[in-house]
Design a protein around this ligand. Structure first.
Ligand code: UDP
Ligand code: MG
Length: 331
């Protein structure tokens, strides 16, 4: 069987309200492209009807819609990685299942790809998210730009297109905590960005609660750079210098004004101590973030586990069974 030219990878987590429309709209867009394509829906352990809907869509559109069902919830980026590993297209596009980015915008991304770009990102026009989400992602975008040296305005938007070599490079990275857009940019040579429209979540809530969001930000931070560690040492140096200066000041005052003055300064010292303790705790917490990730990488568990494949041609599904088997044996 010939490989498709385009693979669309969509992570799905409890998206039963959106799935039907999503699949129909994607199929409509791709039919107009007149190039062989595949739509890979990766179910990230949904508890709702998503699995049945994906299975049904895969059976109705054999060879065009492929369902990859993970055995539990691994998180959006792990699910996308699972989809990337299954994809065969020369060009791979990722998209969220929530229809916040309309599938009709995909052809816009393909133009720069055909012009020779490795990675094409997207910028959300009049973004429909809460102020908190907008502010936090602005901060993050700035940090990523600093760290990877690649200028992109919007790292949060998952509507993105990658060329096959970039996808292959990403698949060779074995760290567990990945943030795909940043990972891709670290391999990309030529990149581009296009503006896409962004709608509010039509039918339900964001699948990210505060906790998952915090986790994602730490993933991003630790996956792209160890600069915070250096920042810690710089900060530590500055603070201890200030501490030294302060103790000299205290000593001088003690000599100048006598013991009575120094006794009243006890609380100042306490205050200073508290600051130090606080900073140390902060430093330990951040190092803990890295160590936690080292720990999970050292354990080297499979990033995800495919429970079942649906809608693939027979030939590839038998080799697929082998991979599942292999992973089980490795365990
Ligand atoms: N998602 C996932 N696993 C998760 C959380 C989210 O596969 O644990 C999927 C979700 O179904 C959607 C995409 O990731 O397709 C983005 O999620 P969402 O729209 O909730 O994120 P937001 O728009 O708030 O960034
Ligand atoms: Mg969304």
């Amino acid at each position: 069987m010939n490989n498709p030219w385009l693979s669309l990878v969509i992570p799905v987590f409890n998206e039963q309200e959106n799935l039907h429309e999503l699949i129909q709209r994607c199929l409509a867009v791709f039919t107009t492209l007149e190039k062989p394509f595949e739509i890979i829906l990766v179910d990230d352990g949904s508890h709702d009807d998503s699995v049945t809907m994906i299975t049904q869509a895969a059976e109705e559109n054999r060879g065009q819609v492929i369902g990859i069902l993970l055995n539990r919830n691994y998180g959006q980026h792990a699910a996308v990685m699972a989809g990337l590993a299954e994809s065969r297209g020369e060009v791979v596009v990722t998209l969220d299942a929530d229809l916040q980015n309309p599938p009709e915008e995909i052809p816009k991304l393909l133009a720069p790809i055909e012009a020779g770009c490795d990675v094409v990102g997207s910028i959300r026009k009049n973004r429909q998210d809460s102020l908190f989400r907008r502010l936090s992602s602005r901060l993050i975008n700035k940090a990523v730009q600093q760290a990877t040296g690649v200028m992109m305005h919007d790292y949060g938007c998952m509507l993105r297109a990658y060329r096959r070599p970039i996808v292959d490079a990403m698949l060779q990275c074995h760290e567990r905590s990945t943030f795909i857009p940043v990972l891709a940019n670290s391999f990309a040579d030529k990149t581009d960005e296009v503006e896409v429209t962004h709608a509010g979540r039509a039918k339900d809530e964001s699948k990210y609660n505060l906790w998952k969001l915090i986790n994602l930000q730490f993933d991003l931070l630790t996956s792209m750079t160890t600069f915070p560690l250096r920042l810690l040492s710089i900060l530590g140096g500055v603070i201890s210098l200030a501490g030294f200066a302060f103790s000299f000041l205290l000593l001088a005052s003690r000599l100048l004004f006598g013991a009575a003055w120094a006794a009243e300064g006890v609380f100042t010292i306490f205050a200073v101590l508290f600051i130090f303790v606080g900073v140390q705790l902060l430093a330990m917490g951040l190092m803990g973030e890295y160590i936690g990730r080292i720990y999970s990488d050292v354990r080297a568990r499979p990033r995800y586990f495919i429970k079942k494949r649906v809608g693939q041609e027979l030939e590839s599904s038998s080799s697929a069974d082998n991979t599942v088997l292999k992973t089980v044996i490795n365990e």
